[in-house]
Design a binder for this molecule. Structure first.
Ligand SMILES: [Zn+2]
Ligand SMILES: [Zn+2]
Ligand SMILES: [Zn+2]
Length: 206
C-alpha cells in the first residue's frame, strides 16, 4: 500500500517567498532538489553537486493526465481544490485562499517506486489528504476527512523541474498534503503547525 515512510530530513528552510522561488534558486545553482539549504536571508549555504543526487529517478515527474485547479493555500499551507465556487474550510479560519501555481495532479495511474497512490479530495474541507490508513485524519470541519473523486497518485523523490515543485509533504497529524518549504509549517487542524513525514512529493504544475 505504500504508507508514508519516516526519514531523516536535511535541514532546510526558505525566506518566505512564494512557492517556486526555491525552484529558481536550485536550478540556477545547478543543485538537486532536497539537498539545497537556503538561509532565512535567502542565501544558498548547503548546495551540493548533482553527484549527490537524492535517491530515486534522475528525471522529474513525467507529464500525465491529471486534474488541474489544485492550489496552495497561503493561510494553512495545505493543497486544496480550487475548482468550485467555494473554497472549502481552512484550519486557519474561513475558506482556503489560493496562491502560487496551478497544480496538475495525476490520478488513476499505477503506483510506482516514485509515485504514491491513495491521495484523495476531501469533500468537506476541499483538502488533499492521504487515505491509506484506517483513520481519515483530522478534518478542519470536525471528525475525519471524507474521500471523494479520483485516486490521485503523487510523484515523489524525483528532481524538481520548471514544471514540478518539491517540498510537498504528508502531515502526520491531519493527513493533508502541505508545503514544507517555508520556515513556518502552516496551520494544522489538529493543533499548531503541520508535521512532515515520509516522502518528498514533487507536484506537477503549469
Ligand atoms: Zn487553508
Ligand atoms: Zn477534510
Ligand atoms: Zn496537519
Amino acid at each position: 500500500m505504500g504508507l508514508p515512510e519516516r526519514s531523516d530530513e536535511p535541514s532546510q528552510q526558505s525566506d518566505g517567498e512564494p512557492p517556486g522561488r526555491r525552484l529558481f534558486l536550485s536550478r540556477a545553482l545547478g543543485t538537486t532538489a532536497g539537498l539545497v539549504a537556503v538561509t532565512a536571508a535567502g542565501a544558498i549555504t548547503g548546495g551540493v553537486t548533482s553527484a549527490h543526487a537524492a535517491p530515486g529517478s534522475a528525471m522529474g515527474p513525467a507529464r500525465q493526465e491529471g486534474q488541474r485547479n489544485w492550489r496552495f493555500c497561503n493561510k494553512c499551507f495545505g493543497m486544496f481544490y480550487y475548482g468550485y465556487p467555494t473554497n472549502g474550510v481552512c484550519p486557519a479560519g474561513g475558506a482556503h485562499y489560493m496562491a502560487g501555481y496551478d497544480f496538475d495532479i495525476p490520478y488513476n495511474v499505477g503506483e510506482t517506486p516514485n509515485a504514491q497512490a491513495n491521495w484523495r479530495f476531501c469533500d468537506r474541507c476541499f483538502g488533499m489528504f492521504f487515505f491509506g490508513y484506517p483513520s481519515g485524519g483530522w478534518c478542519p470541519t470536525g471528525g475525519s476527512h471524507s474521500a471523494a473523486g479520483f485516486n490521485f497518485v503523487l510523484p515523489h523523490d524525483v528532481v524538481e523541474t520548471p514544471n514540478a515543485q518539491a517540498y510537498w509533504r504528508f502531515c502526520t497529524k491531519c493527513f493533508v498534503l502541505f508545503f514544507w518549504g517555508y520556515p513556518a509549517k502552516g496551520r494544522c487542524p489538529a493543533g499548531n503547525e503541520h508535521n512532515a513525514a515520509g516522502f518528498n512529493f514533487v507536484i506537477p504544475h503549469w
